[in-house]
Design a protein around this ligand. Structure first.
Ligand SMILES: [Zn+2]
Length: 216
């Protein structure tokens, strides 16, 4: 596969189900996503989550319909598909309840991206824990009284720090398969018990709700 759908300096990534192919252009392989000199906690929280996101696309509501060779072919049994749909309905409702500019997000339009955001965060966090379990603890970052587990989540959230006009946000809600940045952060974090644990969020609080969605 020599042809890419993005140029090398692009700060983005993609998964193509018909080729079962993931692409990370050079542009995204730099700070704040990744830097060889950064602590691994920051790299896993940035680039690691992007990698997990693209990988999860292979198993989202659309990607799941393609097999390992990129052919449209049902390779799950019906019971698995029914269970999958049960879990994804939770995500549809969760994001459909989010509001910005007095408008609700469209939980169906954004489903695939939200599945990828949630699966990517969880996979990358556990990949980081796995790495940390076999390496010496990293030096703390000066001026921040945070553990590296907390820094992983901070790095993830910082990637989505952004600013937008109301018009651009309204257009995004109408047309974009991605949720607005704020919800790409609080959606996945509030579904992850590991996040609540590291930041001691009270059970039932906004970022540690009693009802959590989990697909992957
Ligand atoms: Zn995506």
């Amino acid at each position: 596969m020599k042809q890419w759908g993005m140029t090398p300096p692009t700060v983005n990534a993609y998964y193509t189900p018909t080729k079962n192919q993931i692409v990370f252009p050079a542009g995204i392989l730099q700070a704040p996503f990744y830097d060889i000199k950064h602590p691994r906690s920051l790299n896993f929280g940035g680039m690691g989550v992007v990698m997990g996101h693209e990988l999860t696309h292979a198993f989202d509501d659309q990607g799941r319909e393609y097999d390992q060779n990129g052919n449209l072919h049902q390779w799950w049994n019906n019971k698995t598909i029914a269970k999958f749909k049960e879990r994804t309905e939770c995500v549809v409702d969760q994001y459909g309840n989010y509001e910005i500019n007095n408008k609700h997000l469209n939980g169906r339009q954004t489903l695939g991206e939200n599945i990828a955001d949630n699966g990517g965060l969880k996979a990358a966090y556990h990949a980081y824990l796995e790495w940390a379990s076999t390496h010496h603890e990293e030096l703390p970052l000066p001026g921040l009284n945070l553990t590296h587990r907390q820094l992983f989540f901070l790095s993830f959230a910082q990637v989505w720090c952004s600013s937008s006009t109301d018009e651009a946000t309204n257009l995004q809600i109408e047309k974009d398969p991605h949720s607005p940045p704020r919800f790409r952060v609080i959606g996945p974090l509030s579904n992850l018990p590991e996040f609540a644990q590291e930041f001691s969020c009270q059970f039932g609080a906004n970022m540690n709700p009693k009802n959590k969605c989990e697909v992957w």
